[in-house]
Structure formats: structure tokens, C-alpha cells
Design a protein around this ligand. Structure first.
Ligand code: PLP
Length: 407
């Protein structure tokens, strides 16, 4: 059997070591070097009486059955390796992986809402779709938006969860996790750690009971895998697995394999990308074309900045940097939150979250800092006209041939 229970955080091994060894400790004994990829959806069992007992136990406690897996919606050995590794990096007892960051957040909310605790307290800004999920009440929850100082007063008897991001998407606003955790009292605090990653911050150690990642971002790190994960204590993990089994938002084993591989280089990537981001933030802050730069005190590979000119022109003008939503990849991406990542939040929500229309959010990759700066510099100067405009200008200057333009 390949699935092993998550061991407690050893504390003896450094993060860089855990990143390449956690979730893989048994490989040598199995005669393997790379983690095996198990794509089975089901597993043979000749003892259906024993299966019945194993399933009863899962239904009652959320504990994964001992022995071989039963069905891929319940458990997968490759995904379990990623879960164990992430738990080690975040310093939690366990972790539960999902099909996406949004599936992970949905499960974390449903664990509480399913127990009748339908009120959520949250601090803006949040990732656009997280905001949308809470504001729209799709899961039957009600949200109270507040600032960190207002959390204690916003908590009610039916509050199931407090939700924060730090640094937050997209403004990179930071809050004091320890102080926030204190304000939550006995209500679980969920901290979205997508931007900081466990390389820069371990929210569980500051009192967050749940640590959420869009694994799509830095954990995967290469822009080719969608996933989500919640790192937490064993008790919450059991409840999350029950919700995952019932709702089906499982991580595909190939995604689990890629995420485990991504974790191996996470510390190296985050540190290198952060150093470049800090340098670009410094240059942007000294640039008269930029009104304001947001760069976390904590560091990190995300930079947000407000431009004096038209932000859409900057997006249209980049060439090395890809104008695209998402973040955390080895290559740099830039996007306009007001148009894309936080469009769904609406104008009022954006203004409540401090997301101005001139804000751009850049995810800094592993390229050379000078090359990235040259691209930003050209895009900010408006030297490069948007491709569409350029094509229109070329059409206008071409000799008229036929059609209405020929008149
Ligand atoms: C992208 C993102 C999410 C949602 O994750 P998906 O994997 O896209 O579902 C949640 N939180 C933050 C901070 C994000 O950046």
C-alpha cells in the first residue's frame, strides 16, 4: 500500500530539504526514484464485507480507509503525496487537495455551512472569484465585510469562518495574521497563502486554522496545472475529505504529480522571483509615469502599481511579459484587475477593496531583471502602439484597393 498517514512536522529538516523530499520518503524502499503516477479510478477488492466496514468508518469519521484505495473520488496515492508534502511545508498535520483553488475554498466554507454555521466574516480585497463566491451567496452563506480591526465585532453565534488574504490579491495589502487570529477567538481563521507561499509565511504558526492555496499559482509554478489545497489540522482535514467525496472536486492524479514536482523548486523559484520583483518595484517607485507602487513588506514575486497614463496601453504594449490573468509562473504575467481578475467583483466591491482603475498587477518570473525592465519601460512609454491600432493604421496607409474604404 502506498498511502501512508501524514507524519507530524519533524521540525528537524529545513524547508529547502522538505521541498524536495517530503511526500517521497518511501520511494527508495519501493525501488523508485520519481514518484509513481497512479491513474486508477477504482481498485479491486474481493472482500466486500471489509469494504462495507471501511466505508462506514469514512462516513462516520472522515478517516481514510486503511489498505488499498477504494475509488478515486475518495483517495489517490499520487495526490496524497502532494498533500503530505504541502502539509510539511506549511507545518500542518494534514492537507487536502482539490480540483482548483475555488473548489478548495468551496469545501472549506461547506464544512462549516453544512453544520449550520452559515455566516462568514471576510476582509477585502480578496481574489475576485473568492469575493464573488461569498458576495453572491451561492453556497447559502451570508458575508459580513469588515477591516481587520472590526473582525471581533462582526463575529456572530452562527459565524463559521473568517477569511483573509495576506498579501491580498490584487493590491498586496498586508495584515497582521497573529492579531487577526486572536480576534477570531474560537472561529476558524482561513488565510489564503497563495501569494506568500510557505517559503515566505506559514500562517498556521500565526494561528490560522486553515491555510488555502490556489496551487495553480506558485505551487505548480509553470502555468500548466490547475489545483487547490487546504493545509490544516487532522480534524478539519477529515471533514474536508468528506465534503470532497460528496461534491467531487478532486484533484486529478496527473495534476497531483505535477504539483509535487513543482514543490521541489518552490523555495528556489520564490526567492529568485522575489529578488527580481523587489528590484522592479524599486525602479517603478522611482519612475514619474508610475503614481504608486504596492510591494509587500514581506517580499514576494508580485508587484502592483498604479500608472499615471492609460493602464490598457501598458497591457497592449508589453512584449516579453505576457498580458494574461493568473500568476506564479516561471514567466512574467501582467493584467488589469479592473478588467479581468476583479471584474466579477463589480465597481463597489473594487472600490471597497482599494482596487483603483489605474492598478496593474504583475507576476514576476525568472527572466533577467533588466530585460523585464526594458519591456516595462517601453510599455509605459507608449512607444509600442496596441497591435490592433497598429494594424488599423497600416490598413489606413495602404493604397486603397476596393470596398467602402476605397471612396
Ligand atoms: C487564483 C486564486 C484563487 C483561485 O484559484 P483557482 O485555482 O483559480 O481556482 C484563490 N485565491 C487566490 C489568492 C488566487 O490568486
Amino acid at each position: 500500500m502506498e498511502t501512508t498517514p501524514v507524519e507530524p512536522t519533524p521540525g528537524a529538516r529545513a524547508l529547502a530539504t522538505e521541498a524536495v523530499h517530503a511526500g517521497r520518503d518511501d520511494l527508495a524502499a519501493l525501488g523508485l526514484h520519481a514518484a509513481p503516477l497512479d491513474l486508477s479510478t477504482t481498485y479491486p477488492s474481493y472482500d466486500s464485507r471489509a469494504e462495507a466496514a471501511r466505508l462506514d468508518r469514512f462516513a462516520a469519521t472522515g478517516e481514510l480507509p486503511d489498505g488499498p484505495p477504494v475509488y478515486a473520488r475518495l483517495d489517490n496515492p499520487t495526490v496524497a503525496r502532494f498533500e503530505q508534502a504541502l502539509a510539511r511545508l506549511e507545518g500542518t498535520e494534514d492537507a487536502v487537495a482539490f480540483a482548483s483553488g475555488m473548489a478548495a475554498l468551496t469545501a472549506a466554507v461547506l464544512v462549516r455551512a453544512g453544520a449550520g454555521l452559515r455566516h462568514v466574516v471576510a476582509v477585502r480585497p480578496l481574489y475576485g472569484c473568492s469575493d464573488h463566491l461569498l458576495a453572491g451567496g451561492l453556497l447559502g452563506t451570508e458575508v459580513t465585510w469588515t477591516d481587520p480591526a472590526g473582525i471581533a465585532d462582526a463575529i456572530r453565534p452562527d459565524t463559521g469562518l473568517v477569511l483573509v488574504e495576506t498579501p491580498a490579491n490584487p493590491t498586496l495589502a498586508e495584515l497582521d495574521l497573529r492579531a487577526v487570529a486572536h480576534s477570531c477567538g474560537s472561529v476558524p481563521l482561513l488565510a489564503d497563502n497563495t501569494f506568500a507561499t510557505p517559503v515566505l509565511q506559514r500562517p498556521y504558526e500565526s494561528g490560522a486554522r486553515l491555510v488555502l492555496h490556489s496551487a495553480t499559482k506558485y505551487l505548480g509554478g509553470h502555468g500548466d496545472v490547475l489545483g487547490g489545497v487546504v493545509a490544516c489540522d487532522a480534524e478539519y482535514a477529515r471533514q474536508l475529505r468528506q465534503v470532497r467525496f460528496a461534491t467531487g472536486g478532486v484533484l486529478h492524479p496527473l495534476a497531483g504529480y505535477l504539483l509535487l514536482r513543482g514543490l521541489a523548486t518552490l523555495p528556489v523559484r520564490v526567492r529568485a522571483q522575489s529578488a527580481t520583483a523587489a528590484e522592479l518595484a524599486r525602479r517603478l517607485a522611482a519612475d514619474p509615469r508610475v503614481v504608486r507602487v504596492h510591494y509587500p513588506r514581506l517580499g514576494g514575486a508580485m508587484v502592483a502599481f498604479e500608472v499615471a497614463g492609460d493602464p490598457h496601453e501598458v497591457i497592449a504594449g508589453v512584449r516579453l511579459i505576457t498580458p494574461a490573468v493568473s500568476l506564479g509562473s516561471v514567466d512574467s504575467l501582467i493584467q488589469h484587475p479592473g478588467s479581468i481578475s476583479h471584474r466579477v467583483v463589480g465597481e463597489d466591491g473594487r472600490s471597497a477593496g482599494g482596487i483603483s482603475d489605474s492598478l496593474l498587477r504583475m507576476s514576476v518570473g525568472l527572466e533577467d531583471a533588466d530585460d523585464l525592465w526594458d519591456d516595462l519601460d517601453a510599455a509605459l512609454s507608449g512607444r509600442r502602439r496596441p497591435a490592433r491600432e497598429r494594424a488599423a493604421a497600416e490598413r489606413a496607409s495602404a493604397p486603397a484597393a476596393c470596398g467602402p474604404a476605397a471612396r
